[in-house]
Design a protein around this ligand. Structure first.
Ligand code: ARG
Length: 498
C-alpha cells in the first residue's frame, strides 16, 4: 500500500520505468505549497464532516510537522535548494511531492493521514501547488524589478543634463539626455511589471475542489480552501482547472519578454563599454579578466545576462509546446511543464539579484558621450527645424541643411563652424540666431513634447517614473501583507518558496 494507486495492479512496475517517471527529484521544491494546500483541504473536509475537530487538529499539527520532520531526516537546518535535494535523494520511494507528503504525514500521525486524500486528486493538487509557486515567483520578480527600476531612476537622476548620441540603424541619430536613454528601460520595465501583475490577478483562483476532472466527490465548501490560501475565488470549471497551465505559460512568456529588455540593456552596455564607444568603464567588481590576455576586462555580467535571456525564451517555448494539443483534462505531459517554470523563476531571480547593484555601480564617461553627441551633424534635424520656423517647408529645409552638411563634410567642419555667408548661399532664411538654435542644449530642448528628450520634459518624466515606483512599491507591500494574513501563523515560516 505504499503507492497511491496500487489496488488494481497485479504486476509490479518495471523498475526503470518507475524511477524514470517520478517527479519528486524536482517537485520536492513544491513542499511548502503542498503542505499549505493540504492544510487548506483538511479544513474543507473537516467542514464537510470527514474529519472531527480533534482529527483536524491532529492533521494540521502533523502537516506543520512535515517540513521539520523531513529536515531532521536529512540533517538540514532550513528548507533551501540543498536540503530539498537531500530530501529527494533520501526518498526514492516517493513518486512525487503529493506522495511524499502523504508518506511523511503517515509517519507522523499514523493512518489518519490516509483520510486527507478524501475528496481530492493529485490533478487538482499539482494545479494548486503550481499556482502558489508561480504567485510567489511573480511577487519575487516584481520586487526585483522595482529594485532595478529604482537603480535606473537613480542613475537617471545622477546623470542630470548629461547628453549622449542616440542611434537608429546603429548610426548616430540625434543627441538625447543620458537620463532619457535610461528612462527608456524604465518604461519597458513598467510594462513588464503590469504584465506580471495582470498574470497574478488572473491566476489567483483556487483549483481545490475540482477533483480529478469532474469536481470533488464531496460537497465541499470551496471558499474554505480559497480563503486559506489567499486566493480570490474558486476556479469555475473543474475540467479547465485541472488541465489549465495558462498561468504558467503567461508567467514564462512575461519573463521571456522581460528577458528581451534585459538583454537589450546588456547588449547596449557591452557595446558602450568597448574602446570604440568608450561611454563607460566597466565596474571592476562586476567584470572578469582573461586568463590569456593580461590587459583584458571583460563584460561577463552583461554577456551572461544576454545568454540567460535566451534561456527564458526557451522556457516559454518548452512550456507552450508541452501544453499545445493536449486533450482535456489532466495528462502526464503536464508534469514535464514544471521544470521550465522552475528554471525561468530561478533564472530571473539570479539576474535580478545582480542587475540592480551592477546598474548602480555604472559610471558613465559624460565627457566622451557629450563630445560624441556634438560631432557628426546630430543637430541637423534641429537645424532644419530652425528653417521651418522661418517659414521654409520642411522638405526644402531638409534639402538646404543637407547641402550645408555636404559642405561641412567636404571641408571637415560641423554645422556651427560654417559661416553665415556660406549658409546663406543655401538659403536667405539663415540668420545669426541659427547658431543658437543648433547648440547641444537647443538641439535637446527643441524636442519639447511629452515623451521627448527636452531637458524639462525629461525632468517631468523622471518625476513620473519615481512616483510610479512609489505606487508600485505600495501595492506590492499590500499584496505581501494580504498573502501573509491568509496563511495561518503556524508553519508560516515555511511558506516561502524553496
Ligand atoms: N506528479 C504529477 C504531475 O506533476 C502529479 C499529478 C499526477 N496525476 C496523475 N493522475 N498521475 O503532474
Amino acid at each position: 500500500m505504499s503507492k497511491m494507486w496500487s489496488g488494481r495492479f497485479r504486476e509490479p512496475l518495471d523498475p526503470g520505468f518507475e524511477s524514470w517517471q517520478r517527479s519528486f527529484p524536482f517537485d520536492v521544491r513544491l513542499l511548502p505549497q503542498e503542505v499549505a494546500a493540504s492544510k487548506a483541504h483538511a479544513h474543507a473536509i473537516a467542514a464537510a464532516g470527514i474529519l472531527t475537530q480533534a482529527e483536524l487538529a491532529t492533521m494540521l499539527d502533523g502537516l506543520d510537522g512535515v517540513i521539520p520532520f523531513a529536515l531532521e531526516e536529512c540533517g538540514g537546518a532550513k528548507l533551501d535548494a540543498a536540503s530539498a535535494s537531500a530530501i529527494a535523494a533520501l526518498h526514492p520511494e516517493a513518486e512525487d511531492i503529493h506522495h511524499f507528503v502523504e508518506l511523511t504525514l503517515t509517519k507522523i500521525v499514523g493512518d489518519l493521514a490516509l483520510k486527507l486524500h478524501t475528496g481530492r486528486s493529485r490533478n487538482e493538487q499539482i494545479a494548486t501547488d503550481m499556482r502558489l509557486f508561480v504567485r510567489d515567483a511573480i511577487d519575487a520578480t516584481l520586487a526585483g524589478l522595482l529594485d532595478w527600476r529604482e537603480a535606473l531612476a537613480e542613475q537617471a537622476r545622477g546623470a542630470g543634463d548629461a547628453a549622449m548620441p542616440s542611434y537608429t540603424h546603429l548610426q548616430r541619430a540625434e543627441p538625447v539626455l543620458v537620463a532619457h536613454w535610461l528612462l527608456a528601460y524604465v518604461s519597458m520595465l513598467e510594462r513588464d511589471f503590469t504584465r506580471l501583475t495582470d498574470c497574478r490577478a488572473r491566476l489567483n483562483l483556487c483549483p481545490l475542489g475540482s477533483g480529478a476532472i469532474a469536481g470533488a466527490t464531496l460537497k465541499l465548501d470551496r471558499t474554505i480552501a480559497t480563503k486559506a490560501l489567499g486566493f480570490d475565488a474558486p476556479t469555475s470549471n473543474s475540467m479547465d482547472a485541472t488541465s489549465d497551465r495558462d498561468f504558467a505559460v503567461e508567467f514564462t512568456q512575461a519573463l521571456a519578454t522581460l528577458g528581451l529588455h534585459i538583454s537589450r540593456f546588456a547588449e547596449e552596455l557591452t557595446l558602450h563599454s568597448t574602446a570604440e564607444f568608450g561611454f563607460l568603464d566597466l565596474p571592476e567588481k562586476f567584470s572578469t579578466g582573461s586568463s590569456a590576455m593580461p590587459q583584458k576586462k571583460n563584460p561577463d555580467l552583461t554577456e551572461l545576462i544576454r545568454g540567460k535571456a535566451g534561456r527564458l525564451q526557451g522556457a516559454a517555448v518548452t512550456l507552450a509546446t508541452i501544453v499545445k494539443g493536449l486533450p482535456l483534462a489532466y495528462n502526464k505531459d503536464l508534469q514535464e511543464g514544471q521544470e521550465p517554470v522552475f528554471d525561468a523563476a530561478d533564472t530571473i531571480a539570479g539576474i535580478l539579484a545582480v542587475l540592480p547593484a551592477f546598474t548602480r555601480s555604472l559610471r558613465f564617461r559624460a565627457d566622451v558621450m557629450k563630445s560624441a553627441a556634438e560631432k557628426g551633424y546630430l543637430n541637423a534635424m534641429a537645424a532644419a527645424t530652425y528653417l521651418t520656423h522661418k517659414g521654409v517647408p520642411f522638405r526644402k529645409a531638409h534639402e538646404k541643411i543637407g547641402n550645408a552638411v555636404r559642405l561641412g563634410l567636404e571641408t571637415g567642419r560641423e554645422l556651427n563652424e560654417l559661416t553665415l555667408d556660406e549658409l546663406r548661399a543655401f538659403g536667405e532664411e539663415f540668420g545669426a540666431d541659427f547658431f543658437d538654435a543648433i547648440t547641444l542644449e537647443a538641439t535637446l530642448d527643441c524636442h519639447d513634447v511629452a515623451g521627448g528628450t527636452a531637458r524639462a520634459q525629461v525632468r517631468d518624466a523622471l518625476k513620473g517614473a519615481s512616483a510610479r515606483i512609489a505606487t508600485d512599491r505600495a501595492s506590492l507591500a499590500s499584496i505581501e501583507s494580504l498573502k501573509a494574513a491568509a496563511f495561518e501563523k503556524r508553519g508560516a515560516e515555511h511558506a516561502a518558496s524553496v
